[in-house]
Design a protein around this ligand. Structure first.
Ligand code: MG
Length: 379
């Protein structure tokens, strides 16, 4: 009779996972046991690796919960079926984990980076970011990756001993991507971009390219017949026709999106592996990418989305309203700093007024910014 394997059936500790990572992850993967650590020293957990703890801290942050009420492309209240930043983030995490598992890299780090990748987005999507960047042009500008790092480093308040979430150097570097660090916050950042963060960046692009096409059709702003001119869409369409010739309209759209995501994910996995192979499986900065032919197709799809969706007159019309709300809120709090919540007012001394106001306004959800605007300006 076979004896039960006692080790497998016992509690799995952090050491077990660190050993597993040593044995099974690729040479170019990050291993939690080799992390450069956190800004503020703390004891390791007995059962969770440092990257699992990073992921958990991000999920339990206030900024993460706010993603539910932040715009992706359509305003949060345009309909219940469109992606929000929260559902987009969950899609990115799923795609990044899939890529991470195929390439044998650290899935927990992929997940931590994916869940944090949009934390710094202000209300009203990219228009919100553009306006804040203009308003802060004389004060270092505004960029959502740098803002995400400010949030996890300074603005979240969970510990009595230090500000922020005290994430590891590798997760922090992945959040910042290749942007220059903001003043004073460059310390303890990994000096190269881990492959896990590179995959998250591609997972982000795969996710929004496919779901913006989907949401664009759902909204009626994109027309199916126009999409056929896109090789990326057309090839997926033909595959679905072959597999399910009698499929109805709605299911066809789902199937096309499934095909699109799968094609892009498998292309990235193969091309990234090829590049890593060329680099003798070393940790390199620019391993994650599409093949040349897929890169062309994705660029065409992004250009199409820019011309037909992001610059659609109905989207632009909501953009100008969002621009007015952010600008007037920013000007109002800059002129009346005493109306800022106490924690932001306190930061004025060290961070200056414009940055503190930007921290406050950019943290608002679409819904909150709308309400605040109505309360202050009365309409
Ligand atoms: Mg994103």
């Amino acid at each position: 009779m076979l004896k039960p394997n006692c080790r497998l059936n016992s509690l799995h500790t952090r050491h077990d996972y660190e050993n597993l990572e040593t044995q099974f992850l690729a040479s170019y993967a990050m291993r939690s046991g080799e992390s450069a650590g956190r800004c503020y020293a703390e004891n390791e957990h007995d059962y969770r690796t440092c990257y699992q703890r990073d992921r958990d801290r991000i999920i339990h942050s206030v900024a993460f919960r706010r993603l539910e009420y932040k715009t992706q492309v359509f305003l949060y209240n345009a309909g219940d079926h469109y992606r929000t930043r929260l559902t987009h983030t969950l899609e990115v995490a799923q795609i990044a984990r899939t890529l991470g598992r195929i390439l044998g890299v650290n899935e927990d780090l992929c997940e931590a980076n994916a869940l944090a990748h949009d934390l710094g987005h202000p209300p009203f999507g990219h228009e919100g970011e553009r306006v804040l960047n203009e308003l802060l042009s004389d004060h270092g500008g505004f960029e959502h990756n740098a803002q995400a790092l400010r949030i996890v480093d300074c603005l979240e308040k969970h510990y009595p001993t230090h500000p922020g979430l005290n994430l590891t150097a590798e997760t922090r570097r992945g959040i910042l991507k290749n942007k220059p660090p903001y003043t004073g916050m460059g310390e303890n950042l990994a000096d190269f971009l881990p492959i896990e963060a590179q995959l998250v960046d591609l997972a982000d692009e795969i996710s929004y390219t496919s779901h913006d096409l989907d949401d664009g059709i759902e909204s009626g702003l994109l027309r199916l017949e126009d999409l056929r001119q896109l090789p990326l869409w057309n090839e997926a369409w033909e595959k679905v026709e072959q597999l399910f010739p009698a499929i109805d309209e709605k299911r066809r759209r789902y199937q096309i999106i499934i095909q699109l995501i799968n094609e892009m994910v498998m292309d990235v996995a193969r091309e990234t592996h090829r590049r890593l192979c060329d680099a003798h499986f070393a940790r390199i900065d620019h391993a994650g990418d599409y093949s040349e032919s897929m890169s062309i197709k994705v660029k065409e799809a992004k250009r199409f989305l820019m011309d037909h969706l992001y610059r659609h007159r109905l989207v632009l019309r909501t953009n100008s309203r969002c621009r007015r709300i952010i600008t007037r809120l920013f000007e109002h709090y800059s002129a009346n700093p005493k109306q800022l919540p106490r924690s932001f007012l306190k930061r004025v001394e060290t961070e200056g007024l414009p940055r503190s106001v930007a921290d406050y306004v950019s943290g608002m959800t679409d819904r909150y910014a709308d309400e605040d605007y109505k309360q202050i300006f009365g309409y």
